[in-house]
Design a protein around this ligand. Sequence first.
Ligand code: GUN
Length: 283
Amino acid sequence: MTAKIMDGNALAAQLRADVARRSAQLSARGTPPGLAVVLVGEDPASQVYVGKKVQACQDAGLYSVLERYGADLSEEALLERVAALNADPRIHGILVQLPLPKHIDAQKVIAAIAPEKDVDGFHVASAGALLTGTPGFWSCTPYGCMKLLESTGIDLRGKHAVVIGRSNNVGKPMALMLLQKNATVTICHSATADLKAHTLQADVIVAAVGRRNTVTADMVKPGAVVIDIGMNRNEAGKLCGDVDFATVKEVAGWITPVPGGVGPMTVTMLLVNTVEAAERAAA
Ligand code: GUN
């Protein structure tokens, strides 16, 4: 059996076309959706990520600003910038790129973002909204995974989903989103005694660990849906996920490739959240 591929590039293109349409409607009413991206310091990976986010905004017709500061910016000064962006009517979404320099308390900065502009979904108010099933913004990576799952047409009700990883921004919200779709959810993590015993029971596996070959073919039930959130490099420097794609695709029913699976969905869901924030502000 060879798994069907969940094509993140194709789905992202569809969703971005819808974002562009909604953005054009808002712009025609004089309120183009606006995203502010704040980068502190010179972390090379962060510079690439924020560049992609700003470019994606431009491509979809959103207004965007990139604010760049040196690594010596004080926490107080950053909090002042966040307050100014909270008050700026042209800005509907605020994203402070993580990680922040060590002298800045990231939790304090995220807490300072107005929840109605928290398009990253990192604020405790956003986490609480997801927990309670009330309106708020969903963290972009797990939200993108839910869109990929939706694209398969599989009803998650009663399915057993195993999430591997328990981070605040990916693993935990992923589990809550699956639960909201009536899946039976197991969260596995570094202290899980027998990972394979759990994954072999799973109709859906979501791997968000950050370690190559965490999921191998012998750990997957035939026909299962496998989503790979990992972003790792092999010895040759080639991008790879947490799943051994070459062997798992022979067992799984559906699988996401790396690259071209979850990756393109994360920035896409940021655009979706930003246009949603602007629509809510204009309503
Ligand atoms: N750093 C790595 N990924 C992300 C993300 O999705 N949002 C923010 N704010 N920082 C990140």
